[in-house]
Design a protein around this ligand. Sequence first.
Ligand code: SF4
Length: 289
Amino acid sequence: MASIALDSSVSTNMVTLPILQQINASERTAPAQVPTSAGAVGTSPGVGGHSPTVESGPSAEFLAEIAQASERLESATPWEILQWTVDRFGAGFSVATAFGAEGMLIIHWLAKIAPKTKIFNLDTGYQFAETLAMVDRVRVRYGIEIELVRPELTVIQYEQLHGGPVYSHAPDQCCKDRKLVPLRKRLQGVTAWASAIRRDQTPDRAVSPIVGWDRKFGLVKVSPLANWTKSLVWKTILDENVPYNPLHDQGYPSVGCAPCTRCVLAGEDERSGRWAGAKKTECGLHSND
Ligand code: SF4
């Protein structure tokens, strides 16, 4: 595991480390394009079958390229992985964040590497006030504006339509309506996105590549923290004074929507407070179904 050396005073030049030097120069400067199996070059894979790229799928050559990159980047640091992603996909790269500890590190590094990267939050209408307050804290600390992506219906309209909260009896439907549908819409035109998942969090996440083709959303998915541990994440946050959701100090290691998140007791798994008592463990963004 690489040691952490990137503090707030380090220039972005420092992220150009040996692993990046192994990457072909033309690859690093290539525009955000996804060659399709039909032979066309799509700059906008999009989602939901709305683009030629998704209908025909990425080309075998492109899939081989990202598989090779993923293998090379297994030994890279998260900021090297982010640097590669920015170099490879440029403005086609976007980040979704729920302001979790890992997500705050991604914002922290991108503020140095590529502060113009588009970062958004899926604002379901059910998030904790402490979570929403992170929008201002990120703006103040990094000068980065987080886009809030919302469903078409407000919480009031949604609950009126369904006769009350949907999360209480059909959380999968609620996550689909409040997270997945807005996400699909937001990802149209996006070529690559980053997730803040770690492999040691859940069985689904355990098989996440560093770089892979996200079939669910039809774009490249990069997981720069896949190899990291919770302790390394928190060491870096504290060492580099990264802002974090205060709920983490109140017994919430993983923070989702308020109605579906509870405190975790001593000895419990860090994600056991999410949809506690239900079989559900993922909102659907990072599951392999
Ligand atoms: S986490 Fe809960 S409240 Fe949030 S979208 Fe999913 S089911 Fe709805």
